[in-house]
Write a protein that binds this ligand. Structure first.
Ligand SMILES: *[C@@H]1O[C@H](CO)[C@@H](O)[C@H](O)[C@H]1NC(C)=O
Ligand SMILES: *[C@@H]1O[C@H](CO)[C@@H](O)[C@H](O)[C@H]1NC(C)=O
Ligand SMILES: *[C@@H]1O[C@H](CO)[C@@H](O)[C@H](O)[C@H]1NC(C)=O
Ligand SMILES: *[C@@H]1O[C@H](CO)[C@@H](O)[C@H](O)[C@H]1NC(C)=O
Ligand SMILES: *[C@@H]1O[C@H](CO)[C@@H](O)[C@H](O)[C@H]1NC(C)=O
Ligand SMILES: *[C@@H]1O[C@H](CO)[C@@H](O)[C@H](O)[C@H]1NC(C)=O
Ligand SMILES: *[C@@H]1O[C@H](CO)[C@@H](O)[C@H](O)[C@H]1NC(C)=O
Ligand SMILES: *[C@@H]1O[C@H](CO)[C@@H](O)[C@H](O)[C@H]1NC(C)=O
Ligand SMILES: *[C@@H]1O[C@H](CO)[C@@H](O)[C@H](O)[C@H]1NC(C)=O
Length: 707
């Protein structure tokens, strides 16, 4: 066990002592009912916008290319070779990377929307075969998944259930088998929870430890989403079982409401805060938990009807990104929340969970900001953590990361020296099995229903939707190179009249953005809360073009550094590279897998800088270059998230400065007063971050006027 492992063990021990001490009084406090048992008249709070069934939205353009790369890459081949999926204990094997048994469920939750989003028969056969096996192996008492000889622990069932719900929405032949399996499972869950929270809370003497049950308790919302879906769409005869389960799960949860409070929430760099203050809150500081938990209180509120949770949710998102966020839309947590320093890491699992939570929050609360943040993560933080061909992923990425290699030392809290390299399972396998949900769930949240007879383009990207509204069938096709260009061309066909809405991002300049319907160009007037601009549509075919105007925006970052935004894209200094690779290595032994283990495209990479990275920029000289601006519909290079592929760029006057290292990676830059050019001033090219695998995002500023 390395140093970090020992530290983690201490943290776990601390948690255990903390939880044991507060636990009994806490449980007595809960036990209030959120619903009236005598009337049983319970509605869950409706969404502001309803999700559409998986499969009704199809990707086009660069997003289709990306999902094809996923299908042809690691995501689409784990079922064939990756032992934590192919030989998972869920599918009759015995391979698990931890006794949480979460590997297969994470994979399933991402592959269902990939398979049905692409309508890919090979991947559909994989998920259907897996679903048939798991449903067929359901225990007589309703338990789903492996027993593994230890006590039952609910957690890994949450992503399984999220995958099953998507499968039913996409393929009605699964409705009967999935819904009846879930009824049995939720009945069992009820009897277990009623029996002193078995499967959820640690009890002295359980074979499952407190450290194992904390995951289920801090991620309760991911199960409650399925309970609410059943309650609204497929209620069992005795629906109070579902309501009881929601109440038990909330009562026994590690409740995010206690963390997102002034005076409790830690706003500082956690590495500067005494262990005695960070340790008690570890479950709330764990990066993946944070990504998943951003939606928790919005999910709880649908059941409790407690609107004070709305403000807490808004604070949760704001504080997370204000105090622990990268410009890219990533949460800096390696693997505990860090601060804002440009050498901290963001985990791939955390990114995809953050995107899913933000798209859920847009549907549940309707705040335009949540959709903007989701796009920012999707178009910047996510793609930079995958190789262009989607065969290798990082465990963590750093805002300033001019090389990706086996580090001699590391600035991370609990990520190893290989953590920022691209590979099959560098550092830990969770990001291998969980990364596939990113773009497929983004796609399936990209259009939403507005009431009975409205449809909105919520997350902008090239995609089309076909669905039935109260006035009849509707198809909307959006042709665009967004976010690389700023215009979106819609072709709409409908049998009746309906309202179409386009979400206008907060960064758009409303006075110069336009919307053209037929031959009429008008200005844009979005709803202030949701950002939706409404367009009444008549039956027949309608063409609409939306052109979003914006300019370069400078985000001040810590210590006189800046990040450069234009629209939904972040522009970074792209560092030229050379690379070497080996067959993939096992994360826990660092030994190469046997030659025939993985397809040849699966490699572990080390990427070195082929130039200097210690560069300061003069913000007064930022200039946008859009060589393809006039060709809104022209095909983009594929893969687009590769160095040099996007044609849009930003130039800036720059020079090298003296800038040291911290634990093997670039330190925070020297104070502004000490920044002096070491050589000539030159014009540096900044490119979209997703393409710039080696990059500097938080750029030190310098005044180069007169030079
Ligand atoms: C799965 O396990 C079987 C039996 O141990 C083995 O023959 C096979 O190679 C394994 N496959 C993978 C992908 O791990
Ligand atoms: C349960 O899973 C863990 C983690 O893979 C493994 O070490 C253990 O041997 C399994 N136990 C049984 C009884 O199968
Ligand atoms: C419904 O389930 C609840 C447990 O939530 C139980 O108390 C009640 O007796 C059940 N009602 C019927 C009619 O089975
Ligand atoms: C609503 O939640 C707040 C905490 O956010 C809590 O203080 C309050 O007691 C809750 N109200 C009810 C009725 O449960
Ligand atoms: C976000 O939180 C910060 C710090 O508490 C506060 O100053 C700011 O006004 C908040 N922003 C929003 C949009 O609520
Ligand atoms: C800012 O610079 C100071 C002094 O070098 C350093 O201690 C601190 O960590 C830096 N903060 C960030 C967020 O980079
Ligand atoms: C748009 O303009 C063209 C060319 O001027 C004209 O033929 C067409 O009828 C116009 N369409 C509408 C809907 O006004
Ligand atoms: C490694 O370099 C080759 C040649 O330049 C390039 O094609 C490939 O994409 C690089 N791989 C990675 C992971 O950067
Ligand atoms: C790459 O970065 C290292 C570490 O800062 C530096 O020493 C080296 O000169 C850089 N390589 C090139 C080719 O500039």
């Amino acid at each position: 066990m390395d140093e970090a492992g020992i530290f983690l063990l201490l943290v776990k021990l601390g948690n255990f002592l903390w939880l044991s001490s507060i636990f009994s009084p806490l449980r007595k406090l809960f036990n209030r009912k959120f619903y009236n048992e005598s009337t049983m008249k319970v509605t869950v709070v409706p969404f502001v916008f309803d999700a559409l069934p998986l499969g009704s939205i199809k990707p086009h353009g660069w997003l289709l290319d990306q999902m094809h790369l996923m299908a042809a890459g690691l995501a689409g081949h784990e079922h064939d070779f990756y032992h934590y999926v192919a030989n998972s204990s869920w599918l009759g094997g015995d391979q698990e990377y931890s006794d949480l048994n979460e590997g297969f469920p994470y994979w399933f939750n991402g592959l269902v929307p990939l398979a049905y989003g692409l309508a890919d028969d090979r991947l559909k056969a994989q998920v259907q075969g897996a679903a048939n096996y798991v449903l067929g192996a359901q225990a007589a008492d309703g338990w789903l998944g492996p027993e593994n000889g230890t006590a039952r622990n609910f957690w890994a069932r949450y992503p399984l259930c999220l995958g099953l719900v998507q499968l039913v929405e996409a393929d009605p032949t699964y409705e009967e088998p999935v819904v009846s399996a879930l009824w049995k499972f939720t009945d069992l869950m009820h009897s277990m929870l009623a029996d002193d929270y078995t499967g959820y809370l640690y009890h002295d003497g359980d074979k499952v430890g407190q450290d194992d049950t904390q995951w289920g308790r801090v991620r309760a919302q991911d199960m409650i989403i399925t309970l609410q879906w059943l309650y609204e769409k497929h209620p069992p005869k005795n629906a109070s079982v579902l309501l009881d389960n929601m109440q038990y799960l909330i009562d026994g949860s590690l409740n995010w409401d206690e963390w997102y409070q002034e005076g409790v929430y830690i706003t500082q760099d956690l590495n500067t805060v005494p262990v005695s203050e960070t340790e008690p809150f570890f479950p709330y500081e764990h990066g993946v938990n944070v990504g998943q938990g951003l939606k928790a209180l919005a999910v709880f509120r649908r059941f409790t009807h407690n609107d004070s949770l709305l403000e807490t949710t808004r604070n949760a998102v704001n504080w997370t990104f204000t105090y622990h966020g990268a410009a890219s839309g990533a949460i800096l947590a390696d693997e505990r929340l860090a601060g804002l320093a440009p050498y901290y890491g963001s985990e791939t699992c955390t990114l995809v969970e953050t995107m899913y939570s933000l798209s859920y929050l847009y549907q549940a609360l309707g705040d335009n900001e949540f959709a903007d943040r989701c796009e920012r993560t999707a178009f910047n933080a996510l793609p930079v953590q995958l190789t262009p061909d989607w065969w290798a992923r990082q465990y963590v990425s750093e805002p300033n990361q001019p090389y990706s290699k086996d580090l001699s030392d590391k600035p991370f809290w609990n990520v190893n020296n290989w953590g920022q390299t691209y590979g099959l399972e560098t550092d830990y396998p969770c990001c291998t099995v969980n990364h596939p949900q990113g773009y497929p769930k983004f796609l399936s949240a990209s259009y939403v229903k507005v009431g009975d007879n409205g449809l909105a383009h919520a997350l902008l990207s090239p995609a089309s939707v076909s669905t039935a509204l109260s006035s009849g069938d509707v198809t909307v096709d959006c042709a665009t190179n967004y976010p690389f260009t700023s215009s979106l061309s819609y072709t709409i066909t409908s049998t009746g009249s309906f309202d179409f809405y386009v979400r206008i991002p907060q960064w758009a300049n409303l006075t110069s953005s336009t919307i053209t319907t037929g031959n009429t160009t008008a200005s844009i007037s979005p709803d202030l809360h949701t950002g939706l601009h409404k367009l009444p549509i008549s039956p027949g075919t309608t063409s609409i073009t939306v052109t979003l105007a914006t300019s370069i925006a400078i985000e001040p970052r810590a210590n006189d550094t800046i990040a450069i935004h234009h629209g939904a894209l972040i522009f970074a200094l792209s560092i030229p590279s050379t690379n070497t690779s080996t067959p993939p290595k096992a994360y826990n032994t660092n030994q190469e897998y046997p030659a025939a283990y993985a397809p040849p495209q699966s490699r572990d990479w080390q990427i070195a800088n082929a130039s200097a990275w210690n560069i300061a920029v003069d913000p007064s000289s930022l200039t946008l270059h859009t060589p393809d601006a006039g060709q809104a519909g022209a095909a983009l290079p594929n893969p687009i998230w590769a160095p040099g592929a996007p044609s849009v760029s930003v130039s800036v006057r720059a020079c090298e400065i003296a800038w040291g290292l911290y634990k093997g990676v670039p330190d925070v830059p020297p104070p502004r007063a000490e920044r002096k050019c070491l050589g000539e001033v030159f014009e540096a090219r900044l490119e979209p971050l997703g393409a710039a695998k080696l990059h500097m995002v938080d750029l030190p500023t310098i005044d180069l006027s007169g030079l």
